[in-house]
Ligand binder design. Structure first.
Ligand code: SF4
Length: 88
């Protein structure tokens, strides 16, 4: 059997994503029930933190990332900005 050659970046957090083989539409739900399904997948995802930081840094405005929907991420971003302002 030929040796398997790895051609991807092992540091890429997406490789460990629980949603890797799922339809991305699951993470762009149109209802709260749909969002709950996506969040349940995220809850068990080993790269949840990295995913959430990616979404915050790159300002992903839609969908569920790192277990948070767009409104939750907006609130988190605001809390972090407030904390940074207070610390300055
Ligand atoms: S946290 Fe959720 S959206 Fe992010 S990689 Fe994991 S399963 Fe996918």
């Amino acid at each position: 059997m030929p040796e398997t050659v790895m051609t991807y970046d092992p540091d890429d957090w997406r490789l460990g994503a629980a949603c890797r083989d799922l339809d991305t539409a699951v993470f762009f739900p149109e209802s709260e029930d749909g969002a709950a399904v996506a969040k349940a997948v995220c809850a068990a995802c080993p790269v949840r933190g990295a995913c959430l930081e990616f979404a915050l840094v790159t300002r992903q405005d839609d969908g569920v990332w790192g277990g948070l929907d767009e409104n939750e991420r907006r609130r988190l971003r605001r809390r972090r900005q407030d904390a940074a302002r207070r610390a300055a």
